[in-house]
Design a protein around this ligand. Structure first.
Ligand code: C2E
Ligand code: MG
Ligand code: MG
Ligand code: MG
Length: 276
């Protein structure tokens, strides 16, 4: 059997795969090195109340500078960091950056919350919830100012354990959002079992608004959120037409290039001060 498998491995092996593996390993090595040398950045994208257009929070988003003002997309390197287990350390660092930024903003008079993305491997570390709580205590951040964004993939993995951890965090006062809602393949029954605060409607359903299929899905998610007593936030809002339609549907909050792109921490402060 082992021989058969190794034969198959030889047969299906292509130089392309070797190149791809080497490329990935190179990226991971560089990422680890840049992370250790404190070269990664956390940027922040404002989130607004759709009715008042008040800034209610922002999402922390990783940025990896690749030199001469360019950045490697987290959509590419986060999945690799997840595979390599590196996301555990990086994710902890992002949380600490978010805590520091929250304190700075609060001291400047901006009491807004910061949402942090959390990956599946982070939940697999024993004591993850306690570590998050300890971090907030350490930075003296009020839990209500931190929100964790988890995707449906987190829920699909080791379900009972994740629920316990999310409940522990929620009891502590941290808010929980389901990110990219509507793009996973899990059953909706988890919505009843998770201690959620917010549904983030994926950009895929906002992109083509107003447009029949997207309208149906966006409307469904917004009314589902309302029925479950959850806030709904639309991500990737780029046009006034999209905003108008979301407003008509009763969506609570928005995040998108139309309002503000992700920006470095100092720029966020300038942005908030200008808006004030
Ligand atoms: P996400 O959590 O769904 O983040 C929203 C993404 O949508 C961000 O992409 C943001 O820049 C982008 N976006 C926001 N508004 C608009 C818009 O109006 N138009 C368009 N075209 N895009 C918009 P970004 O920063 O490239 O991040 C991609 C993904 O990488 C994130 O998706 C998240 O899954 C992951 N990621 C980023 N930072 C972290 C992190 O600190 N930890 C983890 N685990 N994942 C992260
Ligand atoms: Mg997110
Ligand atoms: Mg998202
Ligand atoms: Mg997304």
């Amino acid at each position: 059997q082992a021989k058969k498998q190794s034969m198959e491995a030889v047969i299906t092996y292509t130089p392309d795969m070797e190149e791809q593996m080497a490329w990935r390993l190179g990226i991971i090595r560089q990422l680890r090195q840049d992370f250790e040398q404190r070269k990664l950045e956390v940027w922040f994208q404002p989130q607004l109340d759709l009715k008042t257009l008040d800034i209610i929070g922002c999402e922390a988003l990783l940025r990896w500078p690749s030199g001469n003002g360019q950045y490697i997309s987290p959509a590419i390197f986060v999945p690799m960091a997840e595979d390599a287990g590196l996301i555990v350390e990086i994710g902890q660092w992002v949380l600490e950056q978010a805590c520091m930024q929250q304190k700075r903003l609060e001291q400047l008079g901006f009491a807004i919350s910061i949402a942090v993305n959390v990956s599946v491997p982070q939940f697999k570390v024993k004591g993850y919830a306690q570590r998050v709580k300890d971090t907030l205590i350490n930075y003296q951040v009020e839990p209500k100012f931190i929100e964790l964004e988890v995707t449906e993939s987190v829920v699909m993995d080791e379900l009972s354990n994740v629920i316990t951890m999310l409940q522990e965090l929620k009891d502590f006062g941290i808010e929980i959002a389901i990110d990219d809602f509507g793009t996973g393949f899990s059953s909706l029954s988890y919505l009843q079992r998770l201690p959620l605060d917010r549904l983030k409607i994926d950009r895929a359903f906002i992109k083509d608004l107003p447009g029949e299929d997207c309208e149906a899905i966006a409307a469904l998610i917004i009314s589902l959120g309302a029925r479950l007593g959850l806030k709904t936030i639309a991500e990737g809002v780029e046009t006034q037409a999209q905003a108008d339609y979301l407003s008509e549907l009763g969506c609570d909050e928005v995040q998108g290039f139309m309002y503000a792109k992700p920006m470095p921490e100092k720029e966020l402060i300038t942005y908030l001060q200008a808006k004030h």
